[in-house]
Design a protein around this ligand. Structure first.
Ligand code: SF4
Length: 497
């Protein structure tokens, strides 16, 4: 029997991407995917240092895995426990000290060494810890295992040259380094040949892509090039920085039909004073001008954002400025956070300026209903329109409904196709359908039955799996995707953001 693995991913899409690469590497070593930790010989925790209480959650999970490991050992077996990702990079030695039953701890730049680390752990008897400051191989060059057929994460750069004072990412992922455009295009072409119809480009600051290679952003050029790939239906990207949304990028989006009309513009605060203290290099006026220009060039584009309430020293006047921007822009969706310090960031040192929790809660409770109302209005505007939906999955809670995404990334539920008694559904995850929106809610819309269906190879494979009563996602024995080409690694950038 081959050994089995289970990966638990915490945090952002970059970690999802890296987990796919870790899965690919484990499969090259002969491991096979297990459905749960209980069924696995190796459990890998890909950690996040950005989310609140990340370390408490990690140690809670490690405590549970310790019991599992002890039970296995009592029965003469074992469980290999691996901790990787951002929290491992930040606290690696501490993880090994606090949880000595862990076998391997590796940082954000060490993924290519995973096979060697596992081999060393076999004989070490103590946690093997490897943390390095800079990577030598882009994770994209490693083999990957995708979780679904029709979609892939494509890393275009790693690291960040900005220094937002609330953010721990630059110290964990290092300075920004971009992949070469030809390498990215070759990777996307081979993904499309392997049934992928949608890619999400990933970077900490995607729209400054290429600045370390060419001295100026090449993001617009990359989008236009991706527009020339036959069979690539949808291109998305995350996360952009408002400062780097140039006219050129907006023009490229408007001129490239497969680049989806959705911009995530992290506002963080509407107050110029707070933006300065956050070291965000745009101001309210610039942000609003960007929104206006976007709406001129891309009138149907959905706008989403992130907002931090209660940054240290935020006054009522500062908060009002945020509310003003929120009311003016009326985002399709806003992810709102109450500020909480991330150890190791400059803002975390401003302990004496932290807001009273009562004030924080009050401000948050005044912001939340507004963003929910705007989101409802955005979904209401869709009612009566016919939308192209990329089918994503059967609903987890209601078997009569399936879910898809509009071009603007709105979540839409629609009636499930008939697949009773082993019948193949008329469409499946990975297919494109059109449907009329009939109802709106805060976080989603509801559509009538699909009026037209465009089958894809991914959709057909998902439909056949559903008819056989199997998982529609990539099966455990699906082949791994070989690593993408990687020519010489670009010279490390020294430009600051
Ligand atoms: S742009 Fe700012 S928030 Fe985003 S990763 Fe870089 S430092 Fe963090």
């Amino acid at each position: 029997m081959p050994r089995t693995y289970f990966i638990r991913t915490f945090g952002c899409q970059m970690n999802e991407h890296d987990s796919g690469r870790a899965a690919g590497m484990l499969e090259t070593l002969g491991y096979r995917r297990a459905d749960s930790e209980q069924d696995a010989d190796l459990v890998l925790l890909n950690t996040c240092a950005v989310r609140e209480n990340a370390d408490n959650r990690l140690y809670g999970t490690l405590g549970h895995l310790r019991s599992l490991k002890m039970d296995r050992q009592a029965e003469g077996g074992d469980l290999t426990i691996v901790v990787g990702g951002c929290l491992a990079q930040k606290d690696g030695a501490i993880v090994a000290e606090k949880a000595p039953w862990v076998d391997v701890v590796y940082g954000t730049h060490n993924l290519p060494n995973l096979p060697d680390l596992l081999a060393s752990a076999d004989s070490a008897g103590v946690p093997v810890v490897e943390l390095i400051e800079q990577f030598e191989t882009f994770p994209s060059a490693l083999p990957a295992k995708r979780s679904v057929r029709h979609h892939a994460w494509v890393s275009i750069s790693v690291g960040c040259n900005n220094s937002c004072t609330f953010c721990i990412v630059p110290s964990l992922r290092g300075p920004e380094r971009s992949r070469r455009i030809g390498d990215i295009l070759t990777e996307v072409q081979s993904l499309v040949a392997d049934d992928v119809i949608e890619v999400t480009l990933l970077g900490q600051n995607v729209n400054s892509y290429g600045r370390d290679l060419a001295g100026a952003s090449q993001f617009a050029e990359l989008l236009r090039e991706l527009g020339r790939i036959d069979g690539l239906e949808r291109v998305r990207f995350t996360s952009p920085h408002p400062r780097d949304f140039t006219e050129e990028v907006l023009q490229a989006m408007a001129a490239t039909p497969n680049v989806m009309p959705h911009l995530h513009l992290p506002l963080q605060s509407g107050s110029d004073r707070v933006l300065r203290e956050m070291r965000r290099s745009y101001r309210q006026r610039r942000f609003l001008a960007l929104v206006d220009r976007t709406r001129e060039l891309l009138p149907d584009a959905a706008l989403t954002t992130d907002i931090i309430v209660g940054f240290p020293g935020e006054t009522e006047e500062d908060f009002q400025a945020t509310l003003d921007v929120v009311d003016r822009v009326r985002f399709d969706q806003a992810f709102t956070f109450q500020y909480s310090p991330r150890p190791g960031t400059p803002a975390a040192e401003r302990q004496d300026e932290l807001l009273d929790p009562e004030v924080m809660r009050d401000r948050y409770s005044r912001l939340e209903p507004r963003v929910r109302q705007h989101s409802l209005e955005a979904h209401q505007r869709l009612v009566g329109t016919t939308q192209e939906l990329l089918i994503e999955s059967p609903s987890k809670s209601d078997p009569s409904r399936w879910s898809g995404r509009t071009r603007g990334h709105h979540l839409v539920h629609l009636p499930a196709p008939d697949h009773r008694g082993g019948r193949e559904p008329a469409f499946a995850p990975g297919d494109l359908v059109t449907a009329t929106i009939i109802e709106a809610a805060n976080n989603y819309a509801i559509a009538d039955a699909a009026s037209s269906i465009r089958r894809t190879r991914a959709g057909r494979a998902s439909a056949a799996a559903i008819a056989r009563g199997e998982r529609w996602e990539q099966p455990a024995d699906a082949p791994i995707t070989p690593g993408a080409p990687a020519r010489s690694l670009p010279v490390l950038s020294s430009t600051g953001g």
